[in-house]
Design a protein around this ligand. Structure first.
Ligand code: 0O2
Length: 273
């Protein structure tokens, strides 16, 4: 196939990758906007390289004409989670989506591959709009934890380097490392509540601080400069104490001050104050 033809044939897959990366990032964003924990930590996507497609076709004895139906991972999306339990949540999110129709699911987490590889794979149908009309194609979605991703990225590079000739001792070490990843994921799951508490309180603190700064900025428009400077200095003092209860209380006081000004000068107040 000519380079140009490859480009044309792969273009819808590139579009699918681009669209799904945006969509899954939006899922993450929606959780964050709702101040909820997002089961998706990171989203990435890739179009399989032509050389990798050809390699896989050769390995599986696939003809060029069968490429689209037999090579399921030309468009690949990877969803990285913090905890193993998040994987089930993400799988459920995908099952519920109307733009993805699941063809197959492969659970390499309950039963890892002989190499030690762990990940959850979904092959799904997805429709993209092209100038020639809608095109339904297959995408592979890999869902795994950060630890699993670390292992598989390293192992993938080594596989690439050694092909079928990976030295036995290296294979053994990778298997041991895969076990260590499993232990790490389980350990992290067992302290999940504590980690999530810490992350929640960090998020909460960041939100309060941004509310306070927003309030102070808005007061600049309506209060006199001396008063705002005094409020600002007070904020810095409270901020240094690193106490979320004090920050919350201070923010409430600012709300009351802002409310008073809003009642006095409704036309001067910025939206949101
Ligand atoms: P690349 O370079 O990532 O694109 P099957 O017929 O179902 O047995 P298939 O189609 O290879 O075989 O499906 P499988 O086994 O679910 O693998 C799909 C992809 O998962 C692979 O694509 C890899 O990305 C990843 N994967 C599977 N096994 C391993 C493994 O042992 N180690 C690592 N690091 N990744 C793995 P490709 O085309 O093989 O590779």
């Amino acid at each position: 196939m000519e380079t140009q033809l490859w480009r044309e044939r792969l273009a819808p897959y590139r579009l699918a990758v681009d669209e799904l990366v945006v969509k899954f990032n939006h899922v993450k964003q929606q959780y964050q906007d709702a101040r909820m924990y997002s089961p998706i930590e990171l989203v990435s996507g890739r179009l399989k390289r032509v050389s990798s497609i050809l390699d896989k076709m050769r390995r599986k004895g696939v003809e060029l004409s069968q490429m689209e139906e037999k090579i399921e991972d030309i468009a690949g999306i990877r969803l990285i989670c913090q905890f193993v339990d998040d994987i089930d949540t993400v799988v459920e999110i995908i099952r519920q989506r109307e733009d993805l129709v699941i063809k197959t699911e492969k659970d390499y987490i309950t039963k890892s591959k002989p190499s030690g590889y762990r990940s959850y794979h979904i092959i799904a149908y997805y429709v993209v709009q092209t100038i020639n009309g809608p095109k339904r194609l297959e995408v592979e979605i890999q869902i795994r934890t950060m630890a699993m991703n670390f292992w598989s990225t390293i192992e993938h590079s080594l596989q690439y380097k050694y092909r079928e000739h990976m030295p036995d001792d290296l294979r053994e070490r990778l298997l041991r490392a895969a076990d260590a990843v499993d232990v790490l994921d389980n350990e992290m799951s067992s302290v999940r509540d504590e980690i999530m508490d810490a992350q929640n309180s960090n998020r909460q603190k960041a939100t309060i601080i941004s509310d306070i700064l927003n309030n102070i900025e808005n007061l600049y428009y309506v209060a006199n400069e001396r008063e705002v400077t005094k409020i600002q200095n007070e904020f810095f003092q409270i901020y240094r104490q690193d106490d979320i209860t004090l920050l919350k209380r201070f923010n409430k006081q600012l709300d009351i001050i802002a409310e008073t000004y809003r009642a006095q000068n409704p036309q001067n107040m910025q939206e949101g104050l």
